[in-house]
Design a protein around this ligand. Structure first.
Ligand code: NAP
Length: 294
């Protein structure tokens, strides 16, 4: 018989809201963390359509739900319904964590923390560097903000299938952070080889290569990569993406998306409970849940 979580009179509820709610490892991560820390919390997924978003937040207050993670497509839309938004989330324009403090809803962006924690050991290499980023969704916005705010990069190449979305981000950061060194490109890997090979850091912040389309990669061209490069894929399912395998073959230092996932979760956990998440144990448990192929 599997262990049954005991629900008490004082069990606190947290969860994730999104639509359609694809399979997420957040319930596994947080429920395991609550068990390991002996905290009386439960984490559940809630599939909420955009039409019901406002009511869902009213319900959160009425029911005393402690916190939510927010995922696609609500990260931006949720902001007008919150009482306060952290400076980082406000500049990024996306909230992925809500804390309900006695009816006052606070919005945060813990993806920024996850990206920072993942890249901080390379800070010296990245200052003044050229970076290429694939993607122009919510994750790419958080990546751009983190690189500008904490890593002082010199130039960003922003590459996206729909180049207009990348242009919107370029204009946005030029206005919000007075940064005018983003160059946008559409996703034609043969034309991009020069741009990629001249980048110190290449990040996949798009969904390309995510399960179940594991044979996809933002570029499959070996000349995009070399040994003096960092290559980071924020996709964490699978842990070993095709993009990272190709980069590793050319000698690049590769960074998978699992640390970012655990660190963004740890920051949400701490915002809700005031306690640190046991990240080492969570990391190991997630690693064995997800196929480790490298
Ligand atoms: P999003 O807002 O939906 O954006 C998706 C991005 O991927 C867009 O740039 C989209 O291009 C691009 N894309 C999707 N399918 C594509 C395809 N077949 N060919 C080319 N481009 C494609 O999603 P998001 O929130 O930014 O998340 C992006 C990825 O980051 C997801 O895989 C998510 O799981 C991952 N993520 C990881 C963490 C972590 O903790 N490791 C945290 C957040 C997100 P268009 O603009 O042309 O549609």
């Amino acid at each position: 018989m599997p262990d049954v979580k005991e629900i008490s009179q004082s069990t606190k509820l947290v969860g994730v809201i999104g639509h359609p709610l694809k399979h997420s490892y957040s319930p596994f991560m947080h429920n395991l963390a609550f068990t390991l820390t002996d905290l009386d919390y439960l984490y559940l997924p809630f599939d909420i359509t955009s039409n019901n978003l406002k009511d869902a937040l009213k319900g959160m207050v009425a029911l005393g739900i402690t916190g939510f993670n927010v995922t696609i497509p609500h990260k931006e839309k949720v902001i007008p319904f919150l009482n306060e938004v952290s400076e980082g989330a406000s500049i990024v324009g996306a909230v992925n964590t809500i804390v309900n403090d006695n009816g006052i809803l606070y919005g945060h962006n813990t993806d920024v923390h996850g990206i920072y924690e993942t890249l901080k050991e390379y800070k010296k290499d990245l200052s003044g560097s050229v970076v290429s980023i694939f993607g122009a969704g919510g994750a790419a916005r958080s990546v751009v903000f983190t690189l500008l705010r904490y890593f002082h990069v010199k130039k960003i190449h922003l590459i996206n299938r729909t180049v207009e979305r990348a242009d919107v981000i370029k204009t946005y950061f030029s206005e919000k952070m007075l940064y005018n060194r983003i160059k946008t490109h559409s996703l034609y890997p043969p034309d991009l080889v020069k741009v990629l090979s001249k980048s110190k850091l290449i990040i996949n912040a798009s969904s390309i290569g995510m399960h179940p389309k594991e044979d996809d990669s933002p570029t499959k061209i070996a000349e995009s990569f070399h040994a003096n490069q960092l290559v980071f894929d924020i996709v964490y399912n699978p842990i070993s993406t095709k993009f990272l395998r190709l980069a590793a073959r050319e000698g690049a230092t590769i960074i998978n998306g699992l640390k970012m996932f655990v660190e963004q979760g740890a920051h949400s956990f701490e915002l809700w409970t005031g306690k640190p998440m046991p990240t080492e144990e969570i990391y190991a448990a997630l690693k064995s849940q997800l196929k480790e192929g490298l």
